[in-house]
Design a protein around this ligand. Structure first.
Ligand SMILES: C[C@H](N)C(=O)N[C@@H](CCCCN)C(=O)O
Length: 461
């Protein structure tokens, strides 16, 4: 056997980075579609006559199947049992199909005036929501798949930088959606236009993933030939779930993830309104300051990922990131700090927190979970995050706002809407951040006891 055959493909710099490029591109397309409807809310209300409640119903659909049908848990298990090729193609195809259904629903007139019996929901809203729910399964499972793919190719190399680059690239998709969604919709005078662009992008992403599959097959072959398949290739057993759940560090990182993202993702959904209600930003500029966040995180995630690879300190980075979150939310809580420059400065600091934690959290999991169980482990983490951060907390904040925070009525261009005091929701976000710090500290202590190596560099020196 020649030396060239003996070496696994993952030792090739070009192959490693090409695989990262491909899966990151597929993720970018997914993140574009995940966020493209947010800047279209006014157009949706004007053209499709959806109410805010209907828009909220649609937005929440993202997590329906993931959370209530446990699709993320099954997705993680399928990934460990069937591999990245099968799972990646399946989830990419699901994203395309879900987005196509959503596009059809918002573009057709055949659903006009139809209502779903018993549920009393407009048929158009329901079909678009079902499409978005299917897309939600696809994007979350491809997220788990991409993370495991990167962990496999970059083990012992620049794993945190690679995961940071993947997250940073995906955030370009978010930024494109926020920046381009409304202008494309306005140019074509159609909500469906930027959604159709999403279908096209996702189809290209699927084709790109098919190319990745060829590399993955080649990686399997070279790993086999070089005798490196070892425990990675052992079949996944259902009893592995028990094993994963018996690791205290796994619980700490899962809870930290749920708390941290609960203080970021739902906050971002309400941030434009907070800017208007507390910082007296004009309605038309509501999204300008929160919109800075994805841009700030693109380079920072990469910088912190690189730092973790070279210097380590993963648990400390997660604690610092969570602390920054507490500071930012506390600033947003203080009633007299209401100048827009405060909001701008706080959002930039939030960008640091929102980069520090993801750059350190995702590459830390392979330090204490064996590769063959990684899909299931990430699936369980994503499921908990979907349940708490993407479904439970947004619902709680909406309830708290309606029940306890209405202070009067605002009238803009002759249209009246409730005026809110955001102090209580911001106290909730601050507490979530504080709890994230506590679980970060617990994780660091567990790391010291068990020696996971979270404070050590990821890259073999
Ligand atoms: C929303 C999704 N479940 C999520 O957690 N996304 C993370 C990145 C996770 C992928 C890590 N390779 C995010 O910060 O967007």
């Amino acid at each position: 056997m020649t030396e060239a055959i003996k070496r696994s493909l993952r030792h090739s710099v070009a192959a490693r980075w090409t695989s990262l490029l491909i899966v990151s591109f597929t993720m970018l397309c997914g993140y574009y579609v995940a966020d493209v409807m947010s800047p279209l809310k006014p157009l949706i209300e004007q053209q499709l006559k959806w109410t805010s409640a209907e828009y909220g119903f649609f937005t929440g659909a993202y997590a329906w199947f993931n959370v209530f049908l446990g699709m993320l848990i099954f997705g993680g298990i399928i990934l460990d049992k069937m591999g990245a090729r099968f799972t990646g193609i399946l989830s990419s195809a699901l994203m395309v199909a879900g987005c196509a259904v959503k596009w059809w629903a918002v573009s057709t007139h055949s659903l006009d005036h139809a209502v779903v019996p018993l549920l009393n929901v407009k048929a158009q809203v329901m079909v678009a929501s079902l499409g978005f729910a299917a897309f939600g399964v696809g994007i979350e499972i491809i997220g788990v798949t991409a993370t495991k793919v990167i962990a496999r190719w970059f083990r012992g190399y620049e794993i945190a930088l690679a995961m940071g680059l993947q997250v940073g690239t995906a955030r370009i998709g978010t930024a494109l959606a926020l920046e381009l969604g409304a202008p494309i919709g306005a140019y074509f005078k159609a909500v469906g236009a930027p959604v159709l662009l999403g279908v096209i992008l996702l189809t290209i992403g699927l084709v790109a993933y098919v190319f990745y599959c060829a590399m993955d097959r080649k990686l399997d072959k070279t790993e086999e030939e070089s005798g490196q398949s070892s425990e990675d290739e052992e079949a996944f057993r259902i009893s592995d779930i028990r094993e994963i759940l018996s690791i205290k560090g796994f619980w700490y990182i899962t809870i930290l993830c749920a708390l941290f993202y609960s203080a970021v993702f739902p906050f971002l959904k309400y941030a434009p309104d907070l800017m208007v209600q507390k910082f007296h930003v004009k309605d038309s500029w509501a999204g300008a300051i929160p919109g800075i966040l994805p841009f700030a995180t693109i380079p920072l995630t990469v910088v912190f990922g690189n730092y973790y690879d070279r210097k380590g300190k993963g648990a400390s980075l997660m604690i610092i990131g969570s602390l920054l979150l507490v500071v930012v939310h506390f600033i947003f809580t203080v009633p007299f700090l209401s100048h827009w420059t405060v909001a701008l400065a706080a959002t930039i600091v939030l960008g640091f927190g929102f980069s520090l934690v993801p750059s350190a959290m995702w590459p830390s999991v392979p330090k204490f979970i064996p590769h063959r169980q990684l899909g299931t482990a990430y699936g369980l983490i994503f499921w908990t995050q979907n349940l708490v951060a993407l479904w439970g907390i947004p619902y709680l904040i909406g309830y708290v706002l309606d029940r306890f925070c209405i202070t009067g009525t605002r009238v803009v261009d002759g249209v009246s809407s409730p005026a809110y005091n955001y102090t209580l929701p911001m106290v909730i976000f601050t507490c979530l951040g504080l709890l994230a710090v506590v679980f970060g500290l617990l994780l660091k202590r567990e790391d010291r006891i068990k020696g996971f190596g979270l404070e050590l560099p990821c890259r073999e020196q």
